[in-house]
Design a protein around this ligand. Structure first.
Ligand code: DGL
Length: 256
């Protein structure tokens, strides 16, 4: 069984992509809604919560983990592997697979993410190592607005305002480097228009899961959802996105 960790609903977009590739994988999903949004938290706080989240998943029986939270990626380096005794080949995070997807691309790249992700520089560093430029734009309130079910008009305003300062001609690929953002894919499409490719890193992560953990992780396609605070929007999304095979949703105690 694999674990999938996110601050809340964003990881559902990653779970959906994984399910499409490897339908019979068993998944324990953990959404830390009580502490969401993660994208405005400090590095120290993210490290503490990410470590606690990984531990909860391992204690729950997960033997491999997808950290489906870009904001947490900055805090995943080095110490996690020692402190949690999780071997590096048992963790897949978002940044590596997403950046390496563009290894041979000649596209003009822009990337949107939470302030925690942008300020950590993880994506900018990854692209710099590949010899690529990327325009990185933080959208401070967006993940929280999506998580807690703000209306579409308010969400579109936030996206438009965030992208207004960058010239539309300066990019032809927009990377959604927050797992919540594909939940409002159509809003991004309206704002950037048809000429821009909108890239969801979940595809690259699902590819990685299939390539490195398959068929070892073949199971029965079961999903169990753990959330640290009950949430009607989360329950609604699970029903919409996984209608036939939605698993049980359990509300569990705080992470840390
Ligand atoms: N979905 C997560 C990410 O990819 C966290 C967003 C948040 O909780 O602010 O960064």
């Amino acid at each position: 069984m694999i674990g999938v960790f996110d601050s809340g609903s964003g990881g559902l977009t990653v779970l959906k992509a994984i399910r499409a590739r490897v339908p019979s994988i068993d998944v324990l999903y953990l959404g830390d809604i009580r502490n969401a949004p993660y994208g405005s938290k400090s590095r120290a706080e993210l490290s503490r919560l990410t470590f606690a989240g990984m531990k909860r998943l391992i204690d729950g029986g997960a033997s491999r983990i997808v950290s489906a939270c870009n904001s947490a990626s900055a805090s995943l380096a080095v110490s996690l592997f020692d402190t949690s005794e999780l071997a590096p080949d048992r963790l897949i995070e978002m940044v590596g697979p997403a950046a390496s997807y563009f290894r041979h691309a000649t596209a003009r790249l822009a990337l949107v993410a939470t302030p925690a992700t942008i300020e950590s520089g993880v994506y900018q560093n990854a692209f710099a190592m590949l010899g690529k430029d990327v325009q990185a734009v933080a959208i401070p309130e967006l993940a929280g607005a999506i998580e807690f079910g703000k209306d579409d008009a308010a969400i579109e305003r936030v996206v438009r305002d965030a992208l207004a300062p960058i010239s539309k001609d300066s990019f032809n690929v927009l990377i959604l480097a927050c797992t919540h953002y594909p939940l409002v894919f159509e809003t991004f499409r309206r704002v950037v228009g048809d000429g821009v490719l909108i890239f969801d890193p979940a595809e690259a992560v699902a590819d990685r899961v299939e390539n490195v953990w398959w068929p070892q992780e073949a199971g029965e396609g079961r999903t169990r959802f753990l959330i640290t605070q009950d949430s009607a929007p989360f329950r609604r999304l699970v029903a919409e996105m996984f209608s036939e095979d939605a698993g049980a949703i359990e509300v569990v105690g705080p992470l840390a």
